[in-house]
Ligand binder design. Structure first.
Ligand SMILES: CC(C)(COP(=O)(O)O)[C@@H](O)C(=O)NCCC(=O)O
Ligand SMILES: [Mn+2]
Length: 913
């Protein structure tokens, strides 16, 4: 951005002295006091509580007995006691107690914090959103957690349940009232252990286990996952994992193959409609039992790990062994096909000790996996079923096992049938038991209501058998520190079958990327499911089914490597900011350190296996970073930076508005769009921009940026947009009814870019809705911050003031009219809605219900910034006119996306499709 040769387009030079010459200092460490003025932002679980302190909920909640009151009849023997002041972790629990593992699914719900947010109330009134269309069942939002324990360590499981008080919410079918444990407390449970351990649960926790049928649970668990979770099912062929988008209306029939100790094959025709059509006694128990005898392995995982280094050809008799190294091509068998598992062991010359345990394990694994694959296929054939879903803990996300099963199904069906796997494979039964609670209101959930999150422990703990629960944040941090000391565990690679190992005859020797197997890989793929019942699909998407938010596909490894490096390099600076935002205390430093470690571990995990947490796009990586910050209670790392930039920009706004008002309509429209593009440079997530900020003041940079605005821009549809707006020749100007402006950054971006554009639309009679983040992300402006910014701007502008008043933003009419009068108050409204997310990007399949409501009347969308308009949504098609505005602040992206250079601009206008 060198060479400030041109005169500024606006008279910014003349107003420079008004700015406080704030040099943005990277090492700024002002103590930040987090004061939330307007209650709580958003319904989402990450929503912040009211008050002026940060809410720090530990993961070991205690019942809060304050304001306890008896509900209903005082004369009753056991009246319900209402405890209104619970933390967010009162929950519902269901169990699947198997022979070797106990699987727990529990739900922790959240308060609906939104009720005292004045802005939201006004917006809801204006947009006509009532609570009437909300479900009658109280699914208020919360999280679904997945945890497992070894059955022989059942006491750990009981301690866990007790410490989290999970058994207390099961007493009452109402999810709104909680009561202390009593004799009637009930927990839903399935699996044999529900019978075997019933007395123990009664004795230790005072609860009864309500036994649910295992098959029923498996099916309802699978149906729930396949309908409610976007990236649940995947294929796994030749080491490649591909997520399958299941059409809810085209799910049935399918064959569910649950591989536990034994194997069940269930034909599923609908919800509650199923039949166990077959099974086999040769399953996970067989592999583990025989394997233990033959190899002396101590655990299932150890056995699986051995197979990684095995070569089954030393034990299995192959077609080639029989045919002198030749294929038996006439019947389609290659020389490497296994003709007889363990067939070579008939040799009398060798004893057990003469075979390597690794080879035995692999041979056994292949024998059992092929067998299951083959029987499954035959059953699918029997009923004309094309899709087979495999579940159960035998699979454990083990690449080689999945490849073997897939190969068998593919081979025998000539590619007609497809083997698919489930990310929550081990939790089907527990989920089903959970679904069997009446009135939970979860059965008709849609995919967009669930957001999957990976908390800080996910890269390490997800699949580990759970030990005692972590208590507070402090425990979390020290636990993280301990893991870092044992650094090698973190980076243990996940083995993948090498590509191209299949021929007609099957697989060659499996190889892994490293020597050790992450045997718990399957459960590592399970995050916490956040239930946000107020999320909706953005109604103006042209085709939600084909919509893909991410522009950058991280399945391309070089792309992943690049962004991995960018995010890693940004980390020290981000930690600096985060720590400073919390006053730079020792506690903040420790949290900062733990955050950096947790996020790096996630990145490392994703480098090993990009699809570990579902389909991975750049937006997911950027969101993960924000989630990790929140996990360590960094609420708003850029808060003070945002404030300073807002102040500096607001100081120059009046002059900018005056200058704009002196222009013709045509010049003004161009200047406004230029203004948005120029001000989008204030992006603290871009390395190049951050370097730039150290060289000048906000206004200097803004001016410099404006000077680079020569058209044509790299993508420049401005003339078409102008024609639509202002008309030309026979074409009349088009006045949009309502515009949704998806705003991006704080400071100049919102104040000198988007607000003046909003003002122009308002002036023309278009209603404007500013759509901003629900939660902070980098220096993005949030919906909660906007009313104050608008109020400040409105002090200098009548158009903004009247519109903000009409939109209920100036609720208390705190701004006096410029000319002192109150006449002519009518104006189209200016409103603010939250978008439902806390990331620099936006996935329009999951937006807040208030945005969805606002969208219904809208006929123009303006998406602004690199995150919202380029990384995501660059290719999105809308039902209405759409304008995508951004400055590209990354050289590689500029080259890839628009064949241009850093600081090039995009003005992409697409009329309604
Ligand atoms: C995170 C961002 C998408 C935010 O950009 P914005 O939406 O604010 O324009 C962007 O800063 C980004 O892609 N940064 C990483 C790339 C880099 O440092 O060059
Ligand atoms: Mn941004």
């Amino acid at each position: 951005m060198a060479g400030l040769t041109r005169d500024p387009v606006l008279g910014i030079n003349d107003i420079k002295e008004k700015e406080e010459e704030i040099k943005i200092d990277k090492k700024h460490t002002d103590k930040v006091v987090l004061v939330r003025e307007e209650g709580i932002q958003g319904d989402r679980e990450m929503a912040l509580p009211a008050g002026n302190s940060i809410h720090r909920s530990g993961s070991r909640p205690q019942l809060d007995l304050s304001k306890a009151a008896i509900q209903g009849n005082f004369e009753e023997r056991n009246p319900t006691i209402l405890l209104p002041n619970q933390s967010d972790d009162i929950s519902h629990l269901a169990l699947d107690i198997g022979g070797s593992l106990i699987k727990l699914v529990y739900f922790s719900r959240h308060e609906d914090y939104s009720s005292n947010d004045k802005r939201k109330k006004t917006v809801k009134e204006r947009l006509g959103i009532s609570n009437g269309n909300r479900r009658s069942y109280p699914i208020l939002g919360g999280r679904l957690h997945f945890v497992k324990f070894e059955t022989n360590k059942i006491n750990e499981c009981l301690d866990f349940i007790y410490s989290k008080q999970l058994h207390r919410a099961g007493l009452d079918s109402s999810w709104l009232t909680e009561a202390p444990a009593n004799e009637n407390a009930i927990i839903k449970a399935t699996g044999g252990g529900a019978y075997k351990f019933a007395d123990l649960f009664k004795e230790r926790l005072g609860v009864s286990l309500d036994k649910e049928d295992e098959m029923n649970c498996l099916v309802s668990g699978a149906n729930f996952l396949l309908k409610a979770i976007r990236h649940e099912a995947f294929t796994h062929m030749e080491g490649r994992k591909e997520f399958v988008q299941i059409d809810q209306n085209d799910l049935f029939p399918y064959l569910l193959v649950n591989i536990g100790s034994g194997v069940s094959m269930i034909k599923v025709d609908g919800d509650g409609k199923f039949q166990r059509v077959s099974g086999t006694n040769v399953g996970g128990g067989t592999y583990w039992g025989l394997g233990r005898l033959l190899t002396k392995c101590k655990s299932f995982d150890e056995l699986l790990e051995l197979s990684q280094r095995g070569d089954n050809r030393t034990i299995d008799m192959l077609v080639g062994d029989i045919y002198g190294g030749m294929d038996y091509s006439k019947i389609g068998l290659s020389a490497s096909t296994i003709a007889s598992s363990f067939g070579k062991a008939i040799s009398e010359k060798k004893e057990l000790e003469d075979y390597r345990p690794e080879d035995i394990s692999l041979s056994l694994l292949r024998m059992i996996s092929y067998n299951i694959g083959q029987i499954s296929y035959l059953n699918a054939l029997r009923f004309g079923i094309k899709r087979i879903f495999f579940g159960g803990f035998f699979i454990r996300g083990h690449a080689y096992t999945m490849d073997t099963i897939s190969f068998a199904v593919h081979f025998w069906s000539n590619g007609e049938a497809q083997a698919m796997f489930l990310r929550h494979e081990g939790f089907l039964g527990a989920l089903g038991a959970f679904m069997s609670y009446e009135k939970h209101g979860l059965d008709d959930l849609m995919v967009h209501h669930l957001v999957e999150r990976f908390p800080m422990g996910a890269p390490y703990t997800g699949g580990k058998i759970h030990g005692p629960p972590l208590g507070d944040l402090n425990e979390k941090i020290s636990w993280m520190e301990k893991f870092v000391q044992k650094g090698t565990e973190i980076i243990a690679p996940v083995p993948m079958a090498p590509p191209g190992t299949t021929g007609l005859g099957g697989f060659e020797v499996p190889s892994s990327k490293g020597g050790t197997l992450r045997s718990d890989a399957s459960a590592l793929n399970v995050g916490v499911l956040h239930l946000v019942p107020t999320l909706e699909v953005f109604p103006l998407l042209a085709d939600p089914k084909t919509y893909e938010p991410n522009t950058i596909d991280l399945a391309d490894h070089s792309e992943l490597e690049y962004w991995f490096t960018v995010l890693s390099e940004h980390l020290p600076d981000l930690v600096d900011k985060a720590v400073a935002s919390e006053g730079g205390t020792d506690d903040a430093k420790r949290r900062g350190d733990a955050f950096a470690r947790a996020f790096s571990a996630h990145l490392a995990r994703l480098m090993e296996e990009p699809a570990a947490y579902g389909k991975l796009g750049l937006a997911n990586l950027l969101e993960l970073r924000e989630e990790c910050l929140r996990e360590f209670q960094f609420i708003d790392a850029y808060r003070s930076i945002k404030q300073r930039e807002n102040e500096a920009s607001l100081a120059v706004l009046p002059d900018l508005l005056m200058e704009l008002d002196s222009m013709s309509e045509e010049t003004r429209l161009l200047t406004l769009v230029e203004g948005v593009l120029a001000a989008n440079i204030f992006d603290w997530g871009s390395r190049a921009c951050v370097d730039l900020y150290h060289k000048g003041t906000i206004i200097e940079i803004y001016r410099m940026s404006r000077n680079k605005m020569q058209r044509p821009w790299r993508v420049d549809n401005f003339d078409v947009f102008k024609e639509r707006m202002l008309g030309s020749g026979d074409k009349k100007p088009f006045i949009h009814r309502r515009a949704l402006l998806f705003v991006d950054n704080s400071g100049a971006d919102i104040v000198l870019g988007m607000l003046p554009l909003a003002r122009e639309l308002l002036r023309r009679g278009t209603e404007v809705v500013l759509v901003a983040n629900s939660l902070p992300a980098l220096n993005d402006v949030t919906a909660m911050e906007l009313p104050e910014i608008v109020a400040e701007a409105a002090k200098h502008c009548d158009i903004l003031r009247r519109a903000a008043e009409a939109g209920g933003l100036l609720v208390d009419a705190m701004v006096s009219n410029l000319d002192g009068s109150l006449e002519n108050p009518s104006s189209v409204p200016l409103m603010v809605v939250e978008n439902g997310c806390g990331s620099p990007c936006i996935d329009l399949r999951q937006v807040s219900s208030e945005l969805a409501a606002a969208a219904k009347e809208a006929d123009l969308i303006i998406l602004e910034g690199m995150g919202r308009a380029l990384h995501t949504n660059f290719n999105a098609q809308f039902k209405c006119d759409a304008l995508k505005l951004a400055m590209v602040k990354n050289q590689r992206l500029a080259e890839k996306l628009i064949k241009g250079n850093i600081y090039d601009c995009v003005c992409r206008y697409e009329p309604a499709s």
